[in-house]
Design a protein around this ligand. Sequence first.
Ligand code: PMP
Length: 455
Amino acid sequence: MDRINRPALTDRLREETALFATRHPGSAAQARNSAAHLLTGNGMNWWRMWPGGFPLCIREGQGAEVTDVDGNVLVDLCLGDTGAMTGHAPKGATEAIAASLYKGSSFMLPTEDHLWVAEELERRFGFSHWQYALSASDANRFAIRWARMATGRKKVAIFNHAYHGAVDEALAELDESGAVVPKAGNIGYGIAPSETTKVVEFNDLEGAKAALADEDVAIFLVEPALTNMSIVLPDPGFLEALSEACRDRGTVFLMDETHTISEGYRGYTGTHGIRADMIVIGKPIASGIPAAVYGFASDLAQTIESRYPAPEDEDALGIGTTLTGSAVTLAAIRGTLEHVLTEEAHRHMDALAEHYEAGVKSLFADLGLDWSVIRMGARVEFLYDNTNPRNGSDVLNSFKDYDLNAYLHVALLNRGFVLTPFHNMALMCPATTRAQVDAFHAAFREILEPVVGRD
Ligand code: PMP
């Protein structure tokens, strides 16, 4: 039964959208003036999708707060959709980045940080060999190429409704008949993904085994939990069994930890001791400087190195870009690992996320809302229904309440809280405080109560 009072929601959404425009004249002017100069009116096309009609224009961020051009200070629970899981301008990393910039940032040659970072990544995540990239999308693209080289196969497997970035092979989904089709909204693709990609529902071990059975899949890109469609957790034993099935069929099993790094200091893979051939970590790994790292298990690294062309034959195209592994990127990763994403920081983030989760659950209980709240370490999502989702398709309906979504996000922005748009993710950073989470709970109650219908 719909527990939302729809007429009240319509009124409130109108009021809050008007209030948003009144409170943010500077951001509105930036958006208006950008229309003639920036394609889609934004420096990044997705920003159009922010609720409120235009995105906030940010002046600065410190820790868990951002200040917009109108001087509004907001608690940031979006944290750049994980890009700022470190908090904004975290001291240890920012100092390392600044120092590096004064010493030159791009040499196309290693610095001592290349080795330090690889050793630290091995200590933390357990993979013996590492490469750098400028984004998780890049890392996934390069991983696919390495896996094709190592296996001599072409196909890629993914889960339905997983997201791995701007990766042609991964922008695919299942249609109602179970056929592989381009993901909805996939702009300008060149090759039908049915030619490159097999798509399986998350938590469907038999489906995954069937996809692997022809032994033509080079790599299975695996988000340990789906995190771009709320959070869909793996069934107990699912990832272990999938890892085994990949090993049996000679498919590279890659854990894309770009979001699930929120699970803890060692990521999901390390925390749960999952055997994987490769791992990708992007977004927060360099405290907001564009960077990603990807690791290889030693047997895969040996296979690749044994097939790597001799220097006289080498023309290594398709992997790596000019600024990849630049001095400033590595200084940023080192600063982040050494000073920001520490074990202690993860403990703090975890405890706060638990507090956030408990508060949201008790609010829903008080209002008689049978809605799910799902946590993965430092990140928490809520859904507008009580499904305990097992795959991405299970959560599609909850995403389609566009008015409720728009209302909650805009009303929260008006009260000084940024929740991750397009879904309802809140992320804690090392600088987030209990007082900020308590204030969120109070604001959320104030917003939700008036639109919940009474029985
Ligand atoms: N992998 C996962 C699991 C992601 O969620 C994302 C982005 N949301 C990416 C890869 C791509 O990251 P980026 O956009 O930074 O390249």
